[in-house]
Design a protein around this ligand. Structure first.
Ligand code: CP
Ligand code: NVA
Length: 300
């Protein structure tokens, strides 16, 4: 594994190896066992969009590994004034040991990897959020004891989260169902790949998608960069909410996960969110451990 651009690039074994290392690093951190596996290494962190979890967990993560993170906003970088990505990639490759980037187009992340000579980590694009899904799989495995054969149901927008959950879930042997309006389905290449795997359904029928689910997952109706569409999306997604009725279709004791930030009262009720807050906050914590595992795999 040279980069983490999207989960589709990783084998099932590579994903499991990251999860295993993340579990180990979490155990070590909880028991005060130092793991300076990236002593003296520098991670550049480019953020073209806002972030709480990704920014803080990467910065804390690289510090705990003995390295340092540089927060780079487009306001400060020449990339924000139009310096080409191929030049930025070649220059930053001469200073840094890896780059984590959060941006809009997946192509920008792919281009950094193409022109640079250091590992590139996708910290969210409009297309994918692989770091989040590694933490999600880690959280599910922790609670359920495994992943194979479990049913994961995503309710909401067929966006970056849905795309990455479909790929990550299926690669780990899960059955994945998505409930979304037909105009907001996951990306066509993800739909085609998932359909060929045979353990995937996409429907507008929420109870059908949620039936027998072990894990229910949702995300905001309007993602970063879609603020102008918020009113239209509120309309289109009004029934795509995780609430008591959706919970009653799932398996008793089903987990509820959310990448956060959450818009309670929209994609999830406050009641369901609070009943599952312990899982959702563990999921947020696991961003730290999963990302440390990704950095060790790529930067050591
Ligand atoms: N889930 C997630 O990526 O959160 P942030 O946008 O706060 O980084
Ligand atoms: N779909 C959301 C995820 C945020 C972590 C967004 O792209 O804004």
């Amino acid at each position: 594994m040279k980069h983490l651009l999207k989960l589709g690039d990783l084998s099932s074994q590579e994903i499991l190896d990251i999860l295993n290392l993340a579990d180990q690093l979490k155990y070590e951190q909880k028991h005060g066992i130092k793991h300076h596996l990236l002593e003296g290494k520098t991670l550049g962190m480019i953020f073209q969009k806002a972030s709480t979890r990704t920014r803080v967990s990467f910065e804390v993560g690289i510090y705990q590994l003995g390295g340092i993170g540089l927060f780079l906003s487009p306001r400060d970088l020449q990339i924000g004034r139009g310096e080409p990505v191929e030049d930025t990639a070649r220059v930053l490759s001469r200073y840094l040991d890896a780059i984590m980037i959060r941006t809009f187009a997946q192509q920008e992340v792919e281009d950094l990897a193409k022109y640079g000579t250091i590992p590139i980590i996708n910290g969210l694009t409009d297309y994918a959020h692989p770091c989040q899904v590694l933490a999600d799989l880690m959280t599910i495995r922790e609670k359920m004891g495994g992943l194979k054969g479990l049913k994961l149901c995503f309710v909401g927008d067929g966006n970056n989260m849905a795309n990455s959950l479909i790929v990550g879930g299926i690669k780990c042997g899960m059955e994945v169902s998505v409930a979304c309006p037909s105009a907001y389905q996951p990306d066509p290449d993800i739909m085609a790949w998932a359909a060929a795997q045979g353990s995937f359904t996409c429907t507008e029928n929420i109870p059908e998608a949620a039936a027998g689910a072990d894990v229910l997952y949702t995300d905001v109706w309007a993602s970063m960069g879609q603020e102008d569409e918020a009113a239209a999306r509120r309309q289109a997604f009004q029934s795509y909410q995780i609430n008591d009725s959706v919970m009653s279709a799932a398996k008793p004791g089903a987990m509820v996960l959310h990448c956060l930030p959450a818009h309670k009262g929209e994609e999830i009720t406050s009641k369901v969110f609070e009943e599952h807050a312990h899982e959702i906050m563990e999921e947020a914590e696991n961003r730290l451990h999963a990302q440390k595992a990704v950095m060790v795999k790529l930067m050591q």
